[in-house]
Design a protein around this ligand. Structure first.
Ligand SMILES: Cc1cc2nc3c(=O)[nH]c(=O)nc-3n(C[C@H](O)[C@H](O)[C@H](O)COP(=O)(O)OP(=O)(O)OC[C@H]3O[C@@H](n4cnc5c(N)ncnc54)[C@H](O)[C@@H]3O)c2cc1C
Length: 474
C-alpha cells in the first residue's frame, strides 16, 4: 500500500476544482483531514449561524469524499497554535509522506500554516501549498512602484490584464480511489460543532453542499445576471446571486464561477453590462484578500489608514443595542438588521447603509459593527467583512470618503421606492403607503409600535463630517 497523501481541508469544503485534492490524488491515495478549531473560531468571533452552515458543509464534504472512497478524519485542535502538534503525529501515524493544503490569507491563518509547514519539514514530511481561493495569487499583482494595490480600479485592470484562462480552468473531482465508504458514527459525532446549536436561522435557507452552490450559480446566470447592473441595488428584488456563503467557505471556487459566467456570457470580460459588473464584484472579493495578505495591520484590527487609527468614537451602548435589534426608528436600517437576524445574510446595498449609519450618524466604532456582522453572518468572511466595514467607515483602502454619508431615507426612497423590503422586515410599518413608509415620523407621528428616530439625520451627519475632518487635519 503506497503512503497516503494527506489533504488538509479548511475553508475549501468541496471535491471539485480543489487544487490541493487534485494534486494529492494525482500523486497517490488520499486521506483527508479537517481540524476543528472551536476556541480559535470563537476568538475570531465566528457566530452560530456560520458554524451551523460550516457543519452542514462538513457533512456534505464527508459524503462526497465517501463516494470517492477517500477516508476522512476530523481532529480537535482548539487553537490554531495546536495545529502542528495535532496534525504531525497523526500524519506520522498514517505513514504519510506529504501534506497538501490551499493557502489562506489572514495573518493568524498564515502563521498557523507556516508553523505546520515548518514542523512537517523538520520531520521530513513534504508540504505542498496551492493558490485556490482566489484566481490571482496575492503578491502577483503589483503597482508600477512594485507594491500591492490599495485602489480597486487599477487592481481590477491588472487582474483582467493578467488573467490566464487556461490556468483558471476548473478541475474535475478526482476519480474514485476505492469503494464507497460509509461515514460511521464516530465521524458523524466528530463533525458536530458545539456552537452551531444556537443558530436560529432555518437550515433550509442555506442548504449545504456543492450541488446547492451550483444550483444557485446556474439559476443566477439564467435569470438575474443579465439585469445585474440595473437590479443589484434593489433589496426587494432577487437581483444578486446569494453565493457569498458558498464562496466564503469554498463550497464553490472562483474558477468555477468564472468559467460558468464566461460559458453563459462570453463577453463578460470586456463588456459593461450585468455579467461584467458581476465579475467586478468577484474581483472586489479578490482585492480584499490581496489587501489582507499584504498588510498585516489589517488582521490586527487596525484601521487601514493611519490618519484614522485612533479616531475617538462615541460610547453609546444603547444606540448600539438599538442598531443590533433593528429598533433605530430608521426603516431601512431596521429592515436590514432584522433581515440579518432572521436569515444570517443582508443585501449589499443595505449592508452599506447600516454600516454608514452606525459609523457616521451614531459615530460608533466600526469594530463593533464588524464583530456583530461576524457573529450573525452565514457568509462571515474576515477579508470581505473588514473591507466592507472599513469602506463604510472611511478608514479603509479605497474607502468612501468620510464626507459621503449615505442617508438611509433617501437610500430606501431610491432603492426600495414602493417600500416592499421595508414592509417585509418591519411589519409595524406594513400599513403605511409608499410615501410615508420611508420616514414614518413625519406623518402624524408614525405607528405607535415603531420607535422615533434615534438621531436627527442632518445634525448627526454634520457632526460626523466635522469629527472626521478635525481628526484628519489634526
Ligand atoms: C459592511 C459590509 C460587510 C460585508 N461583509 C461581508 C462578509 O462577511 N462576507 C462576504 O462574503 N461579503 C461581505 N460583504 C460584501 C457583500 O455585501 C456580499 O458579498 C454580498 O452582499 C453577498 O451577496 P451575493 O452573494 O448575492 O453577492 P453578488 O452580488 O451576487 O456578488 C457575487 C459575489 O461577489 C463577492 N462580493 C460581492 N460584493 C463584494 C464586496 N463588496 N466585497 C467582497 N466581495 C464581494 C461575494 O463573494 C459575492 O457572493 C460586506 C459588505 C459590507 C458593506
Amino acid at each position: 500500500m503506497p503512503a497516503p497523501q494527506l489533504v488538509w481541508f479548511r475553508n475549501d469544503l468541496r471535491v471539485a476544482d480543489h487544487r490541493a485534492l487534485a494534486a494529492a490524488a494525482a500523486a497517490g491515495p488520499v486521506h483527508a483531514v479537517f481540524l476543528k478549531a472551536e476556541a480559535q473560531w470563537a476568538a475570531h468571533g465566528v457566530g452560530a449561524n456560520r458554524l451551523a452552515f460550516l457543519e452542514r458543509n462538513l457533512r456534505a464534504l464527508a459524503a462526497a469524499l465517501g463516494v470517492l472512497g477517500i477516508p476522512f478524519t476530523v481532529l480537535e485542535a482548539p487553537r490554531f497554535r495546536d495545529a502542528p502538534g495535532t496534525l504531525l503525529p497523526w500524519a506520522q501515524a498514517q505513514g504519510a509522506t506529504a501534506l497538501h493544503f490551499n493557502d489562506e490569507y489572514p495573518l493568524n491563518e498564515r502563521r498557523r500554516d507556516d508553523a505546520v509547514a515548518r514542523a512537517f519539514a523538520q520531520a521530513g514530511v513534504a508540504v505542498h501549498r496551492y493558490t485556490d481561493s482566489v484566481i490571482a495569487a496575492p503578491g502577483t499583482l503589483k503597482t508600477g512602484q512594485g507594491g500591492p494595490y490599495t485602489v480597486f480600479t487599477p487592481f481590477k485592470r491588472r487582474w483582467l490584464a493578467t488573467l490566464d484562462l487556461s490556468s483558471a480552468a476548473p478541475l474535475a473531482p478526482p476519480d474514485p480511489q476505492g469503494p464507497v465508504r460509509p461515514l460511521g458514527p464516530a465521524l458523524e459525532e466528530a463533525m458536530t460543532l458545539a456552537g452551531a446549536a444556537a443558530s436560529a436561522v432555518p437550515a433550509k435557507l442555506w442548504p449545504g453542499g456543492e450541488g446547492e452552490a451550483h444550483r444557485r450559480l446556474t439559476e443566477f446566470l439564467a435569470e438575474a445576471a443579465l439585469r445585474y447592473d440595473s437590479q443589484r441595488d434593489f433589496p426587494a428584488v432577487t437581483g444578486t446571486s446569494t453565493l457569498s456563503p458558498y464562496l466564503s467557505l469554498g463550497v464553490l471556487s472562483p474558477r468555477q464561477v468564472l468559467s460558468a459566467l464566461l460559458a453563459a456570457f462570453p463577453d463578460a470580460l470586456e463588456g459593461s453590462g450585468g455579467p461584467s459588473i458581476w465579475l467586478s464584484e468577484l474581483i472586489w472579493r479578490e482585492f480584499y484578500r490581496h489587501v489582507v495578505a499584504a498588510f498585516d495591520h489589517v488582521s490586527k484590527g487596525e484601521a487601514f489608514r493611519p490618519a484614522f487609527a485612533d479616531l475617538p468614537w462615541r460610547q453609546d451602548p444603547e444606540g448600539l443595542a438599538a442598531w443590533k435589534a433593528g429598533r433605530t426608528g430608521l426603516p431601512l436600517v431596521d429592515a436590514g438588521m432584522r433581515e440579518l437576524a432572521a436569515t444570517g445574510w443582508m443585501h449589499n446595498r443595505v449592508r452599506m447603509a447600516v454600516a454608514m449609519f452606525l459609523t457616521k450618524n451614531l459615530l460608533i466604532d466600526w469594530h463593533l459593527g464588524e464583530a456583530h456582522f461576524m457573529d450573525q453572518l452565514v457568509d462571515g468572511d474576515f477579508a470581505a467583512n473588514n473591507g466592507g466595514w472599513q469602506w463604510s467607515a472611511a478608514t479603509g483602502t479605497d474607502a468612501a470618503p468620510y464626507f459621503r454619508v449615505f442617508n438611509p431615507v433617501t437610500q430606501s426612497q431610491r432603492f426600495d421606492p414602493e417600500g416592499h423590503y421595508l414592509r417585509r422586515w418591519v411589519p409595524e410599518l406594513a400599513g403605511l403607503d409608499a410615501r410615508s413608509i420611508h420616514e414614518p415620523w413625519r406623518y402624524a407621528g408614525g405607528p405607535k409600535a415603531y420607535p422615533k428616530p434615534l438621531v436627527d439625520l442632518k445634525a448627526s451627519r454634520e457632526r460626523a463630517i466635522a469629527h472626521f475632518k478635525a481628526h484628519a487635519a489634526g
